[in-house]
Design a binder for this molecule. Sequence first.
Ligand code: UD1
Ligand code: CA
Length: 470
Amino acid sequence: MTQPSPIAAVVLCAGLGKRMNSSRAKVLHPILGRPLAWYPINTAFELGAQQVVAVVGHQADEVKAALTGGFAGQTVQFALQAQQRGTGDAVNAARGALTGFTGAVLILYGDVPLLTVETLKRLLAAYDPAKGPLAMITCRLADPTGYGRVLRGSGHVVEGIVEHKDATAEQKLIAEVNAGIYVVDAKFLWGALERLTPQNAQGELYLTDIVAQAAKVGTVAVIEAPAEETAGVNDRAELADRAEVIRARINLRHMRAGVTLTHPASTFIDAAVEIGPETTLGPNVSLQGDCEIGANATIGQGSVLMHTTVGDHSEVKPYSVLEEAVVGPKCHVGPFARLRPGTVLEEGVHVGNFVETKKARLRKGTKAGHLSYLGDADIGAGCNIGAGTITCNYDGVNKHETVLGAGVFIGSDTQLVAPVRVGDGAFIGAGSTITEDVPAGALSISRTPQTIKEGWAERRRKVLAGLKQD
Ligand code: UD1
Ligand code: CA
């Protein structure tokens, strides 16, 4: 056993991906809130790679932007492959970024998202630079069409790879294919890449040709991996298939960590989401972006949360939609609530059905139970917001703020015409249109005083009967 080598990873992300039929580079297509290429890069970091270089080409700026950040504080380096002249040329583009690196270079594809850390650890365990400078992953496929075939000589020793387009009819019968994942000694790699030539059916610099070179100076180590893990993405149908596997893995991880999913088959949890233990997600829940859900919380059936935080012991009842909202602990939201960006619910707030909030802070213990719009509002602690309360925050040009003190009681069907302030403990009578500030402790009521006309209905009926034409 030799000492384990330090690892750097090169992830090939330069291709366009013609079969996606997309104006967007293939590696940018999202799976559970992350671009496709995030997955292999993240796996390389999890494996312990000290440097990860993504080789970009098509839409390089967009790809770089999408892959900057999101790796638990670790930074991806980028190398540009200006022209796609083959996988060998692509790896060579990373050479400058790895100047001075002398360990093992792991080569991954940006469009192969399902490889696990466990499989890569097996590959690294098989790699022994004292015996040979290269280890690779192969798979056995019922239909190997399109893949490079593994050529083995006497004693089953790997001698090289032949691409499908260059293979003879006999070689095409070989079921063992090249997964395209290798670990290679850095010094050997750069030398081997210099010796590549485009004398092949596609006129490309094939990375696969370094395998024959490695076979000349040592033994090529091989591990077999399940075909599920090495499957790439070529079109949108494959993207959906890989996403399905990733979704199931994410769900499993959360269930193992103590989250109850009542119906995992319909639960969508993005890769970045964090969920505390003893929390329950109902059927058809979708948690998108960087949601953070606390412990002992419940997210009810059909709710969709985007970039939202939910505190411990809070309940989001079914069919609520929350976007860029912060829900504190012990809150009750929904059913059918809509919390829009900038909503902050402090501890113990209740927001009920058909309540919409936007840029609104509801302080501790406040209740808005039914049918309201609360926008650009700062609402004090312990307020009661009656059914049908509307903050009229928009004058047609600008947005204005509504500020309520603590313990304010807003009667049902009230319009608060902003900018407007209501002081601590004030009461607003039901059906009021409040256009002026209300001082603390006051009652404000703006509706027309009620009048009563005794016997009016009977008189009216008689008048109408007299007018009736047959
Ligand atoms: C490659 C292997 C093949 C293997 C298969 C497994 C070569 C020559 N062949 O074939 O033996 O069975 O993978 O999937 O390596 N890329 C670049 N720049 C380039 C060319 C490719 O970044 O100039 C990227 C692509 O975006 C893609 C990856 O490298 O992510 C693989 O390239 P692709 O052309 O799809 O190789 P295959 O023909 O699949
Ligand atoms: Ca491919």
